[in-house]
Each structure stands twice: as structure tokens, then as C-alpha cells.
Design a binder for this molecule. Structure first.
Ligand code: WT7
Length: 649
């Protein structure tokens, strides 16, 4: 795999390429050998209101504290300090609507709007430490809301606008949010998604929310609940207010972001202020080395961690100009991404392998219609990138001139963990490898028992040391934080992925090692879908699994056993799909739903999900003893036989 392409082929030639891998190695070594000194210097990337007493407090693992007793404010670092230092008139965002409208907002403009909304939040009774759910599409009010919350020390939890009412209610309940910020609707593929209706439905299932602030975006006809709902434009009237930033201790929470795990209940990853801010700003600089005059485009949705860290916080901390695009990358035609790059002369683009594969399917003719010569760096994130997509991106978009920065990380890590680093010295690239760790990150590849594996051996990837961007805990559930991430390999962070390190020390990430799916670069839990299915009155049992897909990496497939009285319902599959869409959101709707008479189970009644998957995908391994921990080989054989017969009918 590593030798698929010679290294010579993948050395970009433009000016951002500095073959200075030696300087990377030196920086990396310093970060590992002298972490206190290293991070103390690196924290100077931000302005601190009060300096920390201690770089790292590791006296109560795995609850690590970075920059202890340091005080700062994220919105101050994103805005105020740039206004003071010559960037008042620089564009913070060039926002492009799906219909082509554009808005440019300067650092001063963003600062003004954040202050106005921070005041509005205070007037609406939100105080430091209160929780706010943000459920917004890709509009400028999204970063304004996040930064205004950060300014007053309120903790926001952004819920991706593609989630359904059930998923939203669960997040509101777990975070005990007092307020929701949303819009009347969102534009997507030329259609309107009625967000406010989804909020109204979710709020039937919750009791903590007193106020809903509604941005008018689509002009949809919505219901206003007089005592509860207020329009954004009504509470954002003042034009010159200043709200003193709340000085947050470095380890106070900044936001909660929910991600899927192996149970039905999503995990609320809590990120702090100081360590997170140092990490996001540093990693963006190291990996992409954006210049002051560059235009950066992170083409993710702001509702996922990629958007939090690299549309909002890191680029604003660094004082960059970002593109923010409202809509779908194939609307109105599959050249939308390329058209925006040409029109706004984008220099650095950061997207996902799924997006690349989607656009690749439409062929080279679309990128060829556009002048892409402004591009200097191409980034990817979210899932392993296959060498074919890597090459297509490299040749057809970067014209063999731009390095591909494949960044491997997770919601929990806050920012990049492994990726090539232009700012420190770019290594020769290997298509499909995320290359080397960021400073301070010490990965190891382990077997099931925790033995360190040799190069070229596939195992679980874990990290030996804490790093500043790591999440603080899981909201309301510190025990789950310990169990899920720190118990498998005591003293190390286990992230749930398989990986290999090759002979040259390059890391290759090989996908999830648990029952979590990666659909189009988004982490989704199989059990969440199963829960949604079995809560339907027609369904007796179900098993959900990931099916490999050439574009999305994986898609969701489900085997469903119906209750006796519903077995003749011919509409059942579309009913189930609709219900999942409404409850969890469109991204959770299975691509395939198969109705079967029974599912393979252990004698104790546990569904053998991996047997279901292996049979469905025709992938029965020779050694079936690994298929299910709690069943005997005979039991599995019987189950496979019975189920295979039925599934093939
Ligand atoms: C999971 C994290 C990181 C922001 C978007 C997803 C997979 C992520 C890569 C990559 C191979 C990758 C892993 C990881 N993943 N980036 N460059 N190469 N795999 O965040 O929803 O928290 O998902 O995405 O499996 O554990 P997330």
C-alpha cells in the first residue's frame, strides 16, 4: 500500500513546499523531550488575560488540566486582539449563499455583531456557565452565536442542522440547555428545510428551554410561541455596545459537542478554553501554514467539530480570511466547489474524501471549466482517503502542484492529531497516509492485549500522552469518559481506530475498530439507528451495520424483524425510513432495509451483529471464533447457517 506510488511523483512544486522535514523532526523532538517549555512557548499564539501557573496538571488522570489558572476569552482572541492590531478592516468571512448572494464581514463587523448578540444573551437572562443549544444552518449568525456565547462564558452545544427532532431533544435534555438559537429554515439543494418546525417538535420532549431565538433566513411560515420565541433581528438592535469578555479559567468549558458511541446515547464531548484554543490555532498553522493574505476554505459544516475548530476558532484566532458556503457542493451543478474556488481565488481548501469522490464521479470536465490556479494547498479530513481519490484530487484540482494535507483527528481531540505539516517541514507524501503526528502527540500501535506492535503490523492506535486540545470529559458522565477512552489501555487514550505504521514511520489510518460507522466522514452509531427502529411499533428486532460504499466510505444497512401483525404491511420500509429521518435526521436513514424472519442470536439472546454483517456482505472469515465474543463456535455456525438460508431467500 505504501509503495503504490513513488515518492518522487508526489512532491509538489509550488512555493509552499519546503522540503524541511528535518525541522519538523527537531520541533517534534523538543515537544516530546521538553513539553513544559514547548507548550509554554506555543501558548503565546494567544493573548492571555492572566498567565497560567502550571502548563499541565496530570495529578488526577485521565482528567488532565492544561495551562492551569490561566485566564483568557475565546472571542477576545478571535476578535478584539485583531481589531487592536491592524486587522479591523480585514475580511473575517466571505460568505456565499447557496443562491449566489455574497456577504463580506470584516473583523470589525464581526466584533460588533458578537458584542450586540452577547448583550442580547445577557438581556435574555443567560449567564456564565449556562448552556445554549445552537441549531443553525451555514449562515453568519452561526459563528456570531458561538462567539457571543463564548464572550459571556455561556457553554454552547451546536447541533448539526441535519439532525432530527429526537436527536435534538436528547442533546437539549443532556445539556440542560436554557436557550435554543435557530432559524426559520435552511436552504439546501434549492429546497427549504423547516428548522423551526423541528425545534418545536423537539421542545415537546424537553423542559429546560425558556427562550428560542429565531433567525429569519428563508421567510418560511413559522409558528411563534409568544412567551418563548423571539426573532434574532428584534433582539439584535443596538448598534454600538461593548460587552466585557468573561475571563475564563483555561479549563472552564467552552462547548459541548455530541458524537456517537457504541450505545444509543450520544457522548457529549466537553472542550475547554485554553488548551483547545492553543491546539486549534497551533495545528492549523503547523499543518496548512496559511499566509496573512491567503483565503482559507474549510468546506465542512459548522455543526461538526471540523467546522467548530477550522471554520470558527482556529482561523479567527490566526486572523485569517475564510470562505463560508451555505449550501450543497453539487448545487446547482457539480462544479460549485470549483466555481467558488475560482471566483474567490481560494488558496487553501479543506474538504472530505466523500466530497472528493462525489465530485470525481462527475468527471474532470467540471474542474476543467474553472481556473484553479490560486490553490496552494489541498486538505482532507474525516475518513481514510483511498489512493485513487488522493491522486484525482492531487492531479485534477491541485495540478500536481499542491500538497495534500490529510488530517486525522476526532471530535474528542479538538484538532489535528496526525497530518503533514507544511509549517514545520513537509515530508514527502504517500497517497492515503496521514504521515506524521503533530508536536506533543505520541501515537502507539497496540494489539488487543496492549502489546506494542512492530512497524507494518495492523493494530489499535492509542496515544501515550495527553495533548492540549483533548476534551475535558463527557458531559454528565465522567465515568463513561474514563471507561470508553482510558480503560482498554491504562494510562493511554484509546480512540477506537485501526492503524499501521510503515517502515518509514508514516501512519496509515484504517477505519473504526468498533460498532461505530463512518458515513461520509461523519461518525454515526449503529445502536442509535437500532433504537429508532425498535421504538417503531411494527418492529420486533433489528441489526444495523455498515456496508462499504465507493463514495461515502460506508452506508447504513439494516435487517429488521417485524412483529407478527405487521408482516403484510407493504409500505413498511418507507414508513421506517420516514420515521428515522424525523427522529434522528436524514443522514441516519439506512440505504438498505431488509425484512427478515429472524436474526442470529446467542443462546443468551444477544443479537450477533457481526454475523449479520458477515453474512450480508458475504465476508465470512475462516476463523469464525472472532465473530462474537459471547457465543461458542458451534452456536455461531448454527446461526450463520440458519440466517444465511433466510437472508438469501
Ligand atoms: C473518526 C472521527 C475529525 C473531524 C471529522 C470526523 C475517522 C477522521 C480521518 C483521516 C482516516 C479519519 C476516524 C476517527 N477519521 N479523519 N484523515 N483518515 N480516518 O470527526 O465524527 O469525531 O470522527 O473519523 O475513524 O476516529 P468524528
Amino acid at each position: 500500500m505504501a509503495g503504490e506510488q513513488s515518492q518522487k511523483d508526489v512532491l509538489p512544486t509550488n512555493e509552499v513546499y519546503h522540503p524541511g522535514i528535518g525541522s519538523y523532526q527537531q520541533t517534534y523532538r523538543e515537544s516530546i523531550e521538553h513539553p513544559e517549555e514547548f507548550w509554554s512557548n506555543q501558548a503565546g499564539i494567544l493573548d492571555w488575560h492572566k498567565k497560567w501557573d502550571k502548563v499541565l496538571d496530570d495529578s488526577n488522570p485521565p482528567f488532565f488540566k492544561w495551562f492551569v489558572n490561566g485566564q483568557l476569552n475565546a472571542s477576545y482572541n478571535a476578535l478584539d486582539r485583531h481589531i487592536k492590531h491592524g486587522k479591523r478592516n480585514k475580511a473575517a468571512y466571505i460568505w456565499v449563499a447557496e443562491n449566489g448572494d455574497e456577504k463580506i464581514i470584516t473583523y470589525d463587523g464581526l466584533y460588533r455583531r458578537v458584542n450586540i448578540f452577547a448583550k442580547a444573551l445577557l438581556d435574555l437572562g443567560i449567564k456564565r456557565g449556562d448552556k445554549i443549544v445552537i441549531y443553525l444552518p451555514m449562515i453568519l449568525e452561526a459563528p456570531v452565536a458561538m462567539l457571543a456565547a463564548a464572550r459571556i462564558g455561556a457553554v454552547f452545544s451546536f447541533v448539526f442542522a441535519g439532525f432530527g427532532a429526537g436527536a435534538l431533544a436528547e442533546r437539549i435534555n443532556d445539556s440542560k440547555a436554557k436557550m435554543v438559537i435557530t432559524a426559520d429554515g435552511a436552504f439546501r439543494n434549492g429546497k427549504v428545510i423547516e428548522l423551526k418546525k423541528i425545534i418545536d417538535e423537539a421542545l415537546e420532549l424537553t423542559s429546560t428551554v425558556n427562550t428560542v431565538v429565531v433567525v429569519k433566513r428563508t421567510g418560511s411560515d413559522i409558528q411563534i410561541d409568544e412567551g418563548r420565541d423571539v426573532w434574532w433581528h428584534d433582539v439584535n438592535k443596538d448598534s454600538s455596545v461593548y460587552v466585557e469578555p468573561e475571563w475564563m479559567e483555561s479549563n472552564d468549558p467552552l462547548y459541548i459537542l455530541y458524537t456517537s458511541g457504541t450505545t444509543g446515547k450520544p457522548k457529549g464531548a466537553v472542550h475547554g478554553n485554553g488548551g483547545y484554543a492553543v491546539w486549534t490555532a497551533s495545528t492549523l498553522k503547523w499543518a496548512f501554514n496559511p499566509g496573512d493574505d491567503d483565503r482559507w476554505w474549510c468546506a465542512a459544516d459548522i455543526g461538526w467539530v471540523t467546522g467548530h475548530s477550522y471554520i470558527v476558532f482556529a482561523p479567527l484566532f490566526l486572523g485569517l480570511t475564510s470562505i463560508m458556503y451555505e449550501g450543497s457542493i453539487t448545487y446547482p451543478a457539480p462544479d460549485r466547489l470549483w466555481a467558488i474556488i475560482e471566483r474567490y481565488r481560494v488558496n487553501l481548501i479543506y474538504t472530505s474524501p466523500t466530497a472528493i469522490r462525489t465530485l470525481m464521479r462527475f468527471g474532470e470536465k467540471y474542474p476543467k471549466q474553472h481556473d484553479l490556479s490560486s490553490l496552494k494547498v489541498l486538505g482532507t479530513v474525516g475518513e481514510p482517503i483511498n489512493p485513487a481519490a488522493w491522486k484525482w484530487y492531487y492531479e485534477n484540482i491541485g495540478h500536481s502542484n499542491c500538497p495534500i494535507i490529510d488530517t486525522y483527528w476526532q471530535t474528542e481531540t479538538g484538532g489535528f492529531m496526525i497530518g503533514p505539516q507544511i509549517g514545520l517541514g513537509l515530508p514527502p507524501l504517500k497517497p492515503g497516509s496521514a504521515t506524521f503526528p503533530m508536536p506533543g502527540v505520541e501515537p502507539v500501535i497496540l494489539d488487543e492485549k496492549g502489546k506494542e506492535l512492530k512497524d507494518e503490523e495492523k493494530g489499535y492506535i492509542a496515544y501515550k500522552k495527553p495533548w492540549p486540545g483533548m476534551f475535558l470529559t463527557l458531559n454528565n458522565d465522567p465515568d463513561r469518559y474514563k471507561k470508553v477512552y482510558f480503560e482498554k489501555y491504562p494510562g493511554m487514550y484509546f480512540c477506537g481506530d485501526y492503524a499501521i505504521r510503515d517502515k518509514d514511520g508514516y501512519y496509515w489510518l484504517l477505519g473504526r475498530a468498533d460498532e461505530v460507522l463512518n458515513v461520509a466522514g461523519h461518525r454515526l452509531g449503529t445502536i442509535e439507528v437500532e433504537d429508532a427502529l425498535i421504538s417503531s411499533k411494527e418492529v420486533a428486532e433489528s441489526a444495523v451495520f455498515g456496508k462499504p460504499d465507493p463514495v461515502k466510505g460506508e452506508v447504513i444497512a439494516a435487517m429488521v424483524v417485524l412483529k407478527e401483525e405487521f408482516q403484510d404491511d407493504t409500505e413498511i420500509i418507507s414508513k421506517l425510513r420516514k420515521r428515522i429521518r424525523e427522529d434522528l435526521g436524514a443522514i441516519y436513514v439506512p440505504e438498505e432495509i431488509h425484512i427478515v424472519k429472524s436474526l442470529p442470536k446467542t443462546r443468551s439472546g444477544k443479537i450477533m451483529r457481526r454475523v449479520v454483517k458477515a453474512v450480508a456482505l458475504n465476508q465470512l472469515p475462516g476463523d469464525i471464533s472472532t465473530l462474537e465474543n459471547s457465543a461458542s463456535v458451534d452456536e455461531i455456525k448454527e446461526a450463520i447457517e440458519a440466517f444465511s438460508k433466510e437472508a438469501k431467500k
